[in-house]
Design a protein around this ligand. Structure first.
Ligand SMILES: *Cc1c(COP(=O)(O)O)cnc(C)c1O
Length: 410
């Protein structure tokens, strides 16, 4: 054994002792509400494929057509010779969908966050993030070299305190002080919603900029299903609208929507965009098809189905376990957006969460435990997610299984 392996073995043992060790589970079927693992069909309540598009015939057909016409790989970065027609179609479709001047597609949402944040903010700036933002935002903020300040989750007073401090902060260059606020619209692990309207007002009051990550809202909220910013009618006041094409949109990739100037600047400066091979044409074409689908009558129907499932599941789970409460309280004064499709069952203890997940799996339900570093230590949970493709029977099975486990009936 090499000394590296020896050292790594010790670190892995420590992870095991803390209940934090992870491993891959091989899925032998397409993504969906029924998945095949180790020869068993399990009912899946853990994917982000909220609208059931990942295995949708329209997306598959678009991907296949793109492969037939543009090949399997893009061959180069976008700025060299990899900027294929499907990438441009995707960006035009994204900008039209979001009602922004322009859009830029990245290979992942993670790459979109790091590329955009590091391009926009630097050493002299302050980045202000909600305590619960996704790891890609934290990583980007650190990488940017900017001063990172964290405000308590959805706490507007704390945010304002930091903005006040940032506005008064002396700068070495004499240039105007800049603060970039970054938050999610629907929080990935808690399923609750940011008070975006109030955040927009604060950022305008203090002359800050705002980036919102709509990873768990794109395709789901608003009349056009653009996201929570559309639903709250504040999209045109947000400088950077970010999201992923890999969740409700069922494909793969990330995006930034905003002004033409922003997009021109990012394609010149966002390192994760510049120094990376363009996404495969199939991914771009599938994402374009998904954006068109969510705006169609079928998209509307799928959103409506999901919403009905969310409401009935929320009622059933509320009766079952008060731990589901985080998702049941909308932190905005008037709950403009309905509940999200994310239901966190907080367990706390890492090993406890794993044992509930194991018990569910024995009952044919797949919901892996979410642990540190995805969530804070001691806040391990089962993150139950719904899809428009779940049947009423699927949800009944889930609720019955949870009831048996939580109330120790089995
Ligand atoms: C999943 C996720 C991302 C990253 O998007 P990918 O396309 O999966 O890289 C970014 N932000 C949030 C909140 C997410 O949940």
């Amino acid at each position: 054994m090499t000394s590296l392996d020896h050292e790594l073995q010790q670190r892995l043992s420590a992870l095991r002792e803390q209940g934090l060790h992870r491993e891959l589970r091989r899925i032998d079927s397409a993504q969906g509400t029924q998945i095949l693992i180790d020869g068993a069909v399990l009912c899946n309540f853990s994917s982000n494929d909220y609208l059931g598009l990942a295995n949708h015939p329209a997306l598959k057909e678009a991907a296949q057509n793109a492969v037939a016409k543009f090949g399997a790989g893009a061959g180069a970065s976008r700025l060299v010779c990899g900027s294929l027609a499907p990438h441009h179609q995707l960006e035009e479709t994204l900008a039209r969908f979001k009602g922004t001047e322009a859009a830029l597609a990245f290979s992942t949402g993670y790459a979109a966050a790091t590329g955009a944040i590091c391009a926009v903010a630097g050493k002299e700036d302050v980045i202000v993030v909600d305590k619960l933002v996704h790891a890609c935002i934290v990583d980007a903020a650190r990488l940017s070299g900017a001063k990172l300040r964290v405000f308590d989750h959805n706490d507007l007073n704390d945010l304002e305190k930091i903005l006040k401090w940032a506005a008064a902060r002396p700068r070495t260059t004499g240039a105007p002080s800049r603060a970039l606020i970054v938050t999610e619209s629907v929080f990935s692990m808690d399923g609750d919603i940011a008070p975006l309207r109030e955040i927009v007002e604060l950022k305008e009051k203090y002359g800050a900029w705002l980036m919102i990550d709509e990873a768990h809202a794109t395709g789901l909220y608003g009349k056009k299903h653009c996201g929570l910013a559309e639903e709250l009618q504040i999209a045109d006041r947000i400088e950077l609208q970010m999201g992923t094409l890999g969740k409700a949109l069922g494909a793969s990739g990330g995006y930034i929507c905003g002004s033409r100037t922003l997009v021109e600047y990012l394609l010149n400066r966002a390192r994760s965009f510049i120094f990376s091979t363009a996404p495969v044409p199939a991914a771009a074409a599938a994402a374009t098809a998904a954006i068109e689908l969510v705006q169609s009558a079928e998209g509307e129907q799928r959103c409506r189905t999901l919403r009905a499932q969310i409401e009935s599941t929320a009622k059933a789970l509320e009766r079952l376990a008060p731990q589901f409460a985080p998702n049941l309280k909308a932190p905005v004064a008037k709950p403009v957006a309905p509940l999200s499709a994310i239901f966190p069952l907080l367990i706390g203890d890492e090993r406890g969460a794993v044992s509930v997940a194991t018990a569910l799996r024995a009952k044919g339900i797949f919901v892996p435990a979410i642990r540190f570093p995805t969530v804070a230590r001691g806040s391990a949970r089962l993150r139950i997610t719904l899809s428009a493709s779940h049947s009423v029977g699927d949800v009944q099975t889930l609720v019955r299984a949870l009831d048996e486990i939580i109330n120790h009936q089995s």
